[in-house]
Write a protein that binds this ligand. Structure first.
Ligand code: SF4
Length: 490
């Protein structure tokens, strides 16, 4: 069982990622099930994860493969991505997985939807991964969403919930947000952590140091991906959201391909495994481009052989991307220390709106009290309410490009509007898809949350960000109504 294996300090856990692809049957699915049979017979891989519409493209739902894996006797780890699910779908999927006995879920936002039937699907992202973890925890404690009551014979829900984090971000803002979100995910009830895939061992080490600093003892699965040359080229060119791959690694793989060293990438992965185990990771989440089980088995054999040796294997497996920010820096005496944070290089932009916010919405100033009475007075008459809504729309559209969601969160994002600024409309922090500070969806635009970081107060710390209350999902019944009236009517 994955839970038992990950929580056993004497065990180093292996999981492997399966990608089902399109269609309900065919060669790809047969190969995937052959892989699962071989993994079961081998016994070293403790769970097989199944992707959920990877790359934002519609593919076979992970539950189909999950059921097959259960029948084969190997534990499925279902990717639970939120790009295509609203809160009702999330709850119904939880019930479905409970019924089928699929307990291990890896909760993540997921890639932006790709082009599909008659164009691109509308992205959902109704609930973020932290809110989903909170919802799952509430359901595990017996509470049902919306206060509904279930019959007594319902079994208690028990999930094993994973969360994801990227330690590989290139800029300070992106990396700080990743760790802020990680702290929130842990608080929201995550049971284990899976990293983004990467090839920079120093960054894996930073993640482990960060967890140590925060006294987080959740098991970590480091994501080791074994790319083909074509995939490595795509990753280096930025075609895989959130993934950075150094040009040096592509160059090395080109040389290996020219020399016919087909096993070099497997040796590199095995060498990474040895180093990751020595860093304190509890296991490794393996993946790769069209790998056969024999190849994965070769990696695990090599790892077992090298792990026993006193010296590290003589294989270069650490590839840092140049000019990236690091959370820890090394002093002259060799000691690692935290890099001082520098948020708020444009903090002046948020000062006037923050002052106005305090004046009008703090409920403490006489102006705020008066404004509140005025809003409640307007709420009582249809025409007055319409006039106030029109005024609010004009002012906020002009100043903040407001979309009138009716449930305003401007003050939580340095007075930049996530409804118009972030394509995933995330209200609590960024996704993991940005690259070098630019947005996953619109690579020519800077990530909305990087811009927010620049507008924060300069004294903001990682901890103060992490301790900010996590906003609940939006109430879409309020859309197009006045957020001013809604605020003062609570
Ligand atoms: S703006 Fe940032 S958080 Fe929003 S979708 Fe783009 S990369 Fe993700």
């Amino acid at each position: 069982m994955l839970r038992t294996s990950l929580n056993n300090p004497d065990e180093f856990t292996f999981t492997y990622e399966l990608v089902a692809g399109r269609g309900c049957c065919g060669r790809q699915i047969e190969q995937l099930l052959e892989f699962a049979c071989a993994a079961k017979a081998d016994g070293r891989i403790k769970a097989l994860s199944v992707t959920d519409n990877p790359g934002g493209s519609a593919s076979l739902a992970p539950v189909a493969i999950g059921e097959e894996l259960l029948k084969l006797g190997i534990e499925p780890l279902i990717h639970f991505s939120l790009k295509d699910k609203n809160r009702s779908q999330i709850v119904s999927h939880i019930y479905l997985y409970q019924r089928l006995g699929l307990r291990s879920l890896l909760v993540m936002g997921g890639d932006f939807p790709n082009s599909g039937y008659c164009g691109q699907a509308r992205p959902v992202f109704d609930v973020d991964s932290i809110q989903t973890l909170q919802l799952m925890r509430e359901m595990e404690s017996g509470q049902q969403p919306g206060g509904c009551v279930l019959s007594r014979e319902q079994p208690q829900l028990r999930l094993f919930k994973g969360c994801v984090v990227s330690p590989f971000k290139a800029t300070e803002a992106e990396q700080v947000w990743q760790y802020v979100n990680l702290l929130r995910k842990v608080r929201a009830g995550a049971d284990f952590i899976v990293s983004q895939l990467g090839f920079d061992l120093r960054r894996f080490e930073e993640l482990m140091l960060f967890l140590q600093r925060e006294q987080i003892r959740l098991p970590v699965l480091a994501n080791v991906f074994i790319p083909s040359l074509a995939t490595a080229r795509a990753m280096a060119a930025g075609k895989v959201p959130g993934v950075l791959l150094a040009q040096e690694l592509t160059a090395q793989m080109e040389q290996e391909a020219a020399a016919g060293h087909s096993r070099a990438r497997l040796d590199r992965a095995a060498a990474m495994l040895v180093r990751l185990k020595r860093m304190g990771c509890q296991g490794v989440h393996l993946g790769g481009s069209a790998l056969r089980f024999e190849e994965v088995s070769y990696v695990l054999d090599r790892f077992a052989q090298w792990e026993q040796a006193s010296e590290l294997p003589d294989v270069v497996c650490d590839f840092s991307v140049q000019n990236t920010w690091s959370f820890f820096c090394r002093r002259e005496n060799g000691e690692l220390t935290e890099t001082p944070l520098q948020p708020g290089c444009k903090s002046g932009r948020a000062q006037l709106p923050a002052f106005s916010q305090h004046l009008l919405f703090s409920r403490q100033t006489w102006i705020s009290k008066l404004f509140g009475r005025f809003c409640r007075f307007c709420a009582k008459g249809e025409r007055r309410a319409t006039a106030l809504t029109l005024l609010e729309r004009t002012v906020k559209r002009l100043l903040f490009q407001c979309r009138m969601c009716g449930d305003c969160t401007l003050s939580h994002s340095a007075f930049l509007c996530p409804q118009s600024g972030c394509p995933k409309r995330l209200t609590n922090g960024p996704c993991g898809g940005s690259r070098f500070g630019f947005c996953e969806v619109h690579p020519s635009r800077r990530c909305f949350w990087v811009r927010v970081y620049e507008c924060l107060a300069p004294q903001t710390t990682l901890r103060s960000l992490a301790n900010q209350p996590h906003l609940p999902p939006k109430d879409w019944a309020l859309e197009k109504t006045s957020a001013w009236i809604n605020f003062f009517s609570k």
